[in-house]
Design a protein around this ligand. Structure first.
Ligand code: TXA
Ligand code: MG
Length: 320
């Protein structure tokens, strides 16, 4: 199959919608990372997503909506907190897990009785959902186990020849995946940290939420996706807490806080120095692999250590 990358003109979006209505799957941009879309009611297209990504079939998908009224088509017994959070954060990088409507095929949620719903903050994503007139399930558009894609070229790198179309909306502004919040347990639980923090959520709901739900000592529900070795570049990722501990090896990329990039370039002229930001993290991992680098060294200073969502991705990438 030929994979086209198209600028998101009205005509290209119309083509995307046509493909989706024809049981195909399509790559598209969101504000977080690129997604791989299928209609939420299309079992055969959803099966294609799992096959093409090589995704374990116990890992549920997120449903993307363009209008709040669509939430009722895929979720039921939706609690009032869903609407409080939606009012504040939709469209935006927050996924809310609620009970699933019975007519949503169980492959969409990997057999779970719940479904994650989010409204992406990206004009192309919203236009594609509106053009198909159905919510779209979409995981990140990478091969399972690879870093999530933040450009159309990353999607092409992983899925070339396997999908018909990628809509190119330029680089994603957030760069890491949405916060996933489970509203079906008490207290509510963050299943995956993201750009919208637990503190921001708590300040809207005026109640404490659980931020340790993936900790093995807790028995509350988990995001199945969090147990897989995600975000792993082929290069070895190691973490450093002090500049003096960094002794670069051959073919090394160093990620540091953006204000330190220039100083590091002078200090380590043989290394590739890249800014350590959420929007640049996965792109840097992919760049290191494309250049056949062997090592990625990350200086995690205090500001970075306080960024739970960034540390989550960095720790996963550095796990052996
Ligand atoms: O930012 C994002 O969320 C991106 C863009 C494309 O929207 N999507 C994304 O999807 O990251 P994916 O499939 O790569 O990650 C979805 C995560 C997984 O960890 C999955 O286990 C969890 O959300 N998840 C989805 N539905 C769930 C449910 N019903 N219950 C618990 N966890 C769920
Ligand atoms: Mg993913």
């Amino acid at each position: 199959m030929r994979t086209e990358i198209l600028a998101p003109t009205p005509k290209a979006i119309e083509l995307g919608a046509k493909l989706l209505l024809n049981h195909e799957i399509v790559g598209f941009p969101t504000e977080t990372v690129y997604g791989l879309a299928a209609s939420v009611f299309d079992e055969s297209a959803i099966n294609k997503i799992y096959t093409v990504k090589g995704r374990p079939n116990d890992n549920p998908l997120i449903a993307h909506i363009a209008e709040l009224s669509d939430a009722k088509k895929i979720g039921k017994n939706i609690p009032k907190e869903f609407y409080l959070l939606a009012e504040k954060f939709f469209p935006g990088p927050l996924t809310l897990v609620v009970e699933k409507q019975d007519n949503v095929p169980s492959v969409a949620s990997a057999g779970l009785p719940t479904i994650g719903i989010r409204m992406p903050d990206h004009p192309v994503a919203l236009a594609l959902i509106k053009a198909t007139q159905t919510p779209l399930v979409a995981p990140s558009a990478n091969l399972s186990g690879k870093p999530s894609p933040t450009t159309a070229a990353h999607v092409y790198e992983d899925l070339k020849g396997k999908i018909p179309l990628v809509l190119d909306g330029g680089p994603c502004l957030v760069g890491i995946e949405s916060t996933v919040l489970d509203l079906t347990c008490q207290p509510f639980a963050v299943l995956r940290p993201g750009n919208i923090t637990a503190r921001e959520i708590e300040s809207v709901l005026q109640t404490k939420i659980n931020t340790d739900s993936n900790d093995k000592t807790h028995s509350s529900p988990k995001a199945p996706g969090m147990k897989y070795a995600h975000y792993k570049p082929s290069a070895t990722v190691s973490l450093f807490y002090n500049l003096s501990d960094i002794a670069p090896l051959e073919k090394t990329m160093i990620l540091v806080e953006p204000t330190k990039v220039n100083a590091f370039k002078k200090h380590f002229p043989n290394c590739l120095i890249e800014p350590l930001t959420a929007e640049n993290l996965f792109a840097s991992f992919r760049l290191a692999d494309r250049l056949h680098y062997l090592n990625i060294m990350i200086l995690v200073d205090e500001t970075i250590q306080n960024r739970r969502e960034l540390m989550d991705r960095i720790n996963k990438a550095s796990k052996i």
